[in-house]
Design a protein around this ligand. Structure first.
Ligand SMILES: *[C@@H]1O[C@H](CO)[C@@H](O)[C@H](O)[C@H]1NC(C)=O
Ligand SMILES: *[C@@H]1O[C@H](CO)[C@@H](O)[C@H](O)[C@H]1NC(C)=O
Length: 327
């Protein structure tokens, strides 16, 4: 896939892939640029809302988590069970620890839409595969504060301090994005069928977007033909800066980071969409299953689905850097 190097870089050329030479929008990653004035206010506010202290608390919570999970995980790997007692303990701390962690970013309460679906999930735990749309790192802890689950992540996540080890203890699975990962279908199937293991959460778009469009789902979550619990996460910046962007945008990582820790009040809403039970046909046809679930997301968002993925995002970021240098 080729990027056209026009000034705005809002298009991507799919010539190499399908020979059509048609251009697609790269809306999923276009940043809503902050003005210099806004950046100034953000840094100023970050200091006055005790941002640095909240960052330290954030690190402390994860250090405690890390020790806890490391002890819990002794003798356990991603495919054997923690046992009843340890599972309960892990679930409790995962919920509480993540709550504390997101509180450092100003989320004190998670508004749950369709609460009865959440209550049912807690009671029966039938859907072992959780999917959600994805726009920032905080999505992970928002989900963890409701459901103790491992995540499917790219292999580089494994080595991120704290985060990697915690996901490993939560029986997360890592994929090497430069390779075909067909082996993962068996692992997902195991997690979908064995209730003794922790559930597995997947962001089917495969990467973050900026609250403007959906990427074509990847087949992994649907490959097992198992029931799925779909989630929808929404953010709203609160106080004092309502212009803070809590969605992933391709811009300086420091700005993204500061955005998370600047406001003392932010809002988040998690919708527990109706759990999906695949039909007999969908069970043997993951592509069909995928399309039908993707449609449900399209219905609530009214967004166009882009046939783009993680690699396109990396390319897009590289091109953005080049353009910046040349200007
Ligand atoms: C995300 O997009 C929805 C519309 O699709 C909009 O209502 C909402 O305000 C957006 N959120 C943010 C924080 O930009
Ligand atoms: C998920 O989709 C909803 C509905 O379109 C949107 O409002 C929300 O911002 C998205 N959230 C994330 C985390 O991408």
């Amino acid at each position: 896939m080729n990027f056209t190097t026009d000034k705005n870089l809002h298009t991507i050329e799919s010539k190499k892939v399908n020979g059509t030479g048609s251009e697609q929008n790269v809306e999923p990653w276009v940043a809503t640029k902050m003005t210099k004035m806004q950046i100034f206010w953000m840094i100023f506010t970050f200091v006055f809302t005790l941002g640095p202290i909240r960052v330290l608390l954030f690190i402390l919570i994860h250090a405690i988590s890390l020790i806890f999970y490391r002890i819990m995980a002794i003798g356990v790997n991603e495919s054997n069970s923690y046992g009843k007692f340890r599972s309960k303990l892990i679930e409790k701390w995962t919920n509480i620890g993540s709550r504390l962690s997101i509180a450092t970013m100003g989320y004190y309460r998670i508004k749950i839409v369709n609460k009865e679906n959440y209550v049912n999930w807690k009671k029966n735990r039938n859907e072992r595969i959780i999917i959600s749309n994805h726009s920032n790192q905080q999505d992970i802890e928002i989900i963890l504060s409701l459901i103790a689950t491992g995540f499917i992540a790219k292999s580089s996540v494994k080595n991120i301090p704290f985060i990697g080890s915690i996901n490993t203890c939560l029986q997360g699975i890592y994929v090497d994005r430069s390779k075909k990962n067909t082996w993962i279908f068996d692992k997902i199937k195991l997690r979908a069928t064995n209730k003794k293991l922790l559930p597995i959460a997947i962001f089917p778009e495969g990467t973050c977007t900026n609250n403007k469009s959906l990427l074509k789902f990847k087949v992994g979550a649907f490959s097992a033909g198992a029931p799925i619990q779909p989630l929808l996460i929404k953010y709203k910046a609160g106080f004092p800066l309502s212009f803070i962007n809590l969605y992933f945008t391709v811009q300086n990582p420091w700005i993204i980071f500061l955005n998370l820790f600047t406001n003392i009040i932010n809002h988040v809403e998690v919708t527990f969409m109706d759990p999906v039970q695949p039909t007999e046909e969908e069970k043997i046809n993951p592509k069909l299953y995928l399309e039908n679930v993707q449609k449900k997301y399209q219905e609530v968002s009214n967004w166009k689905v882009h046939n783009l993925g993680y690699r396109d995002m990396v390319k897009y970021m590289e091109e953005m850097k080049k353009v910046k240098k040349n200007n």
